[in-house]
Design a protein around this ligand. Structure first.
Ligand code: NDP
Length: 238
């Protein structure tokens, strides 16, 4: 158990979260807790659990990041699963994109739920699982952001409400790093990938980014805390 690396991934029912879980499970030293808001309906994730090759390495918990009570209810099952190892890598991956909007016309009714899922959710997840992260060797928290959240890249007005939530998530990363220099907290741009959220026009496939993401995360050190990293190892401007 001492060489095991433990992971908790939110939003693991499909897309990047599911692909990350599947890839991590190829390494028998990884123990993955995959969180979904409707795990019973997450058929691909359940199939992964039933795959004999991954038996014992994958645990599924229910977490709706919009619901603080559901996040807190997952603490005990996750604590039991990771045991004395604690949680090496917490990946705040769950996220939503609801509109291609612009600042002077965007609908606050569309902005608020994105803020709840993309910013408030990761905050409560990190607060809740902090004792398990503190217990671990790696102490790594990964907030899955987007290049759309980068002011430095300078995109146009599209996807404004979503972009604003990701910029806020980036500031959460920075504030966490400042408060807790003993942890490693990064913001990750997974790349523009073909998923339900990324859409069919995305230039990258999941297989193009997932190995890179895992490699990038495996190399992060405390001195990398507070940086904006990308699937291919590049640094993204804030
Ligand atoms: P998908 O739409 O494919 O998957 C989103 C995942 O988040 C699903 O598992 C979904 O669960 C989950 N989720 C949504 N809301 C909640 C919630 N309230 N509680 C728990 N889980 C929730 O998106 P991607 O895989 O593409 O995106 C993953 C992350 O990567 C997001 O944070 C996204 O912003 C970011 N990203 C993606 C890019 C891309 O090109 N794909 C580019 C840049 C960033 P359910 O199945 O129950 O709906």
């Amino acid at each position: 158990m001492s060489s095991t690396t433990t992971y908790l991934i939110t939003g693991a029912s499909r897309g990047i979260g599911l692909a990350l879980a599947a890839r991590l499970l190829r390494d028998p030293t990884n123990l993955v807790v995959a969180a979904g808001r409707n795990p019973d309906k997450a058929t691909a994730l359940q199939a992964l659990k039933d795959d004999p090759a991954t038996k014992g390495q994958l645990h599924i918990v229910k977490i709706d990041v919009d619901d603080a009570a559901s996040i807190r209810a997952a603490y005990e099952p996750v604590a039991q699963t990771v045991g004395e190892k604690g949680l090496d890598v917490l990946i705040n991956n769950a996220g939503i994109l609801l509109a291609n909007d612009a600042p002077f016309t965007l609908d606050p009714a569309v902005m608020v739920p994105q803020f709840v899922t993309n910013v408030v959710g990761p905050t409560i997840v990190a607060q809740t699982f902090l004792p398990l992260v503190e217990k671990s060797r790696r102490k790594l928290i990964v907030n899955v952001s987007s290049s759309l959240g980068s002011i430095g890249i300078g995109f146009d007005k599209r996807y404004s409400s979503y972009s604003i939530t990701k910029t806020a998530l980036n500031m959460l990363t920075y504030k966490m790093k400042v408060e807790r220099p003993d942890l490693t907290v990064v913001t990750l741009n997974p790349g523009w990938v073909k998923t339900d959220l990324g859409g069919s026009e995305a230039p990258l496939e999941l297989d193009d980014v997932i190995p890179g993401i895992i490699d990038v995360l495996s190399k992060l050190k405390t001195e990398d805390s507070g940086t904006f990293v990308q699937y291919d190892g590049a640094r993204v401007p804030w």
